[in-house]
Design a protein around this ligand. Structure first.
Ligand code: PLP
Length: 413
């Protein structure tokens, strides 16, 4: 067991961490436990910090080119996922977000249709609209609290809207769903048939729980690799968000040319110096061991959260993630009004979670849902659960049936 995951990092507000700094703007109050922005209130691995400290022993932080070792580290890391990457296919991005905004700009024209599958990471919906593209939604199907793709609808939406590009979240955020080979093959087949470019955001790929396996979309076949842009980064897994780190893998020379041209046009160049150092340290044997320990820690947190809801709020549907540390919670059985759910969480539970509606798009598939970030120490999780427990007793928790259950439970204990 890695004891660093037991240590709560509680002073991030002093360092302007986004999830703390933007509490008031987001929740109207600083008095919430921030469990939203997807980074960790856990230490970045010490071997990465050490590598950065070593580099700081040299006094010049000038422009620095990524060495061959950086390219090789990416190639070796992706090979672990069964994905053969060539050095000339790698293009650096400022971060993964920057990668898919750039891909939208480079590979489509104004007015072109771009398909997304809500509920999904909100920038997926913003990238097309902010770039004057048409946003087309093919919502995921929630069957027994697990997301599935409605392939008939997926293909119809592509045909009806003449979709040019599909922004694919793989593994899926907010649900942590890991897509199966059969599903990937169906997506690939439909996209090949209709000449739809796939931009596959694989930033959560290194945090997949056994027995699930991440299969990079572009690894399916040479044909699909030619129609795919893969985006990845060690940023999520190794808690490096502040470094602005990411890369694209583009095997198709024409797409790569367009992508690079757009990068130059926007002044986006090299991976920054500390991102280079961090990537090399992360994509290593040490990194592999650390991330396995991290996944064990997340599993414990996820099971603790699930057990809490099962016993204390049994009608909340906890979508157990197959990857990553974000958990998608369905509160619809207790709150028929999303605003009331939000108010209860902020004002009574004093928790700052991601608002499900921001993931839902036009299809409103996030209504009644919240996303919670479990990249925290156990003590912080206990604090959050205790706040929830207290909030169940407040008048804002209105469901009479549940209130009765609780009255009974409390009187029995
Ligand atoms: C699916 C997905 N893509 C991209 C990002 C952002 O990554 P980056 O910080 O590299 O832009 C996130 C962050 O939560 C994410 O969940």
């Amino acid at each position: 067991m890695n004891t660093s995951f037991e240590t709560a990092i509680t002073n991030r507000a002093d360092y302007h961490a986004e999830k703390y700094a933007q509490r008031h703007a987001q929740f109207g109050s600083n008095d919430v436990l921030p469990m939203w922005v997807a980074d960790m209130d856990l230490a970045t691995p010490s071997f990465i910090l050490k590598a950065i400290q070593q580099r700081l022993e040299h006094p010049v932080l000038g422009y620095t080119q990524s060495s061959e070792a950086v390219y090789q580290a990416i190639i070796d890391w992706q090979a672990r996922h069964g994905y053969t990457v060539k050095s000339e296919h790698i293009v650096f991005t400022h971060n993964v977000l920057n990668g898919f905004y750039m891909a939208v700009q480079a590979l489509t024209q104004t007015g072109d249709a771009i398909l997304v599958q809500p509920p999904v990471y909100p920038p997926f919906m913003n990238a097309p609209t902010a770039n004057q593209r048409k946003l087309v939604e093919a919502p995921l199907l929630n069957i027994n609290n697990r997301y599935h793709i409605d392939f008939a609808q997926f293909e119809t939406r592509i045909i009806d809207n003449n979709v040019k590009l599909f922004l694919f979240c793989h593994p899926q955020n907010p649900s942590g769903r890991v897509w199966l080979r059969e599903e990937l093959e169906q997506i690939a087949e439909i996209c090949l048939r209709h000449h739809v470019i796939i931009v596959s955001d694989e930033i959560h790929a290194d945090m997949v729980y056994t027995p699930h396996t991440h299969i990079p979309m572009a690894s399916l076949s040479d044909e699909i690799a030619q129609q795919c842009v893969t985006l990845s980064s060690p940023g999520k897994t190794f808690n490096l968000g502040g470094l602005q780190i990411g890369y694209a893998i583009i095997a198709n020379p024409a797409y790569k040319k367009r992508y690079r041209h757009n990068s130059f046009a926007n002044g986006v160049g090299e991976l920054n110096l500390f991102a280079q150092i961090a990537l090399l340290a992360a994509y290593s044997e040490q990194g592999l061991v650390w991330k396995e320990q991290l996944l064990e820690h997340f599993s414990r947190n996820i099971h603790r959260l699930n057990a809490f809801f099962a016993s204390q709020l049994p009608k909340v549907k906890v979508m157990l993630p197959e990857a990553s540390y974000l958990v998608w919670l369905d509160f619809n059985a207790y709150f028929s009004n999303h605003a009331e759910l939000k108010n209860w969480l902020i004002n009574d539970a004093k928790l700052g979670l991601n608002d499900g509606e921001s993931f839902g798009g036009e299809s409103k598939s996030g209504t009644g849902f919240m996303r919670i970030n479990l990249a925290i120490a156990p003590s912080v999780l206990e604090q959050a659960l205790s706040q929830l427990q207290q909030a169940i007793k407040t008048p804002a928790f209105t469901n009479p049936e549940t209130a009765d259950q609780f009255t009974q439970k409390r009187s029995q204990s």
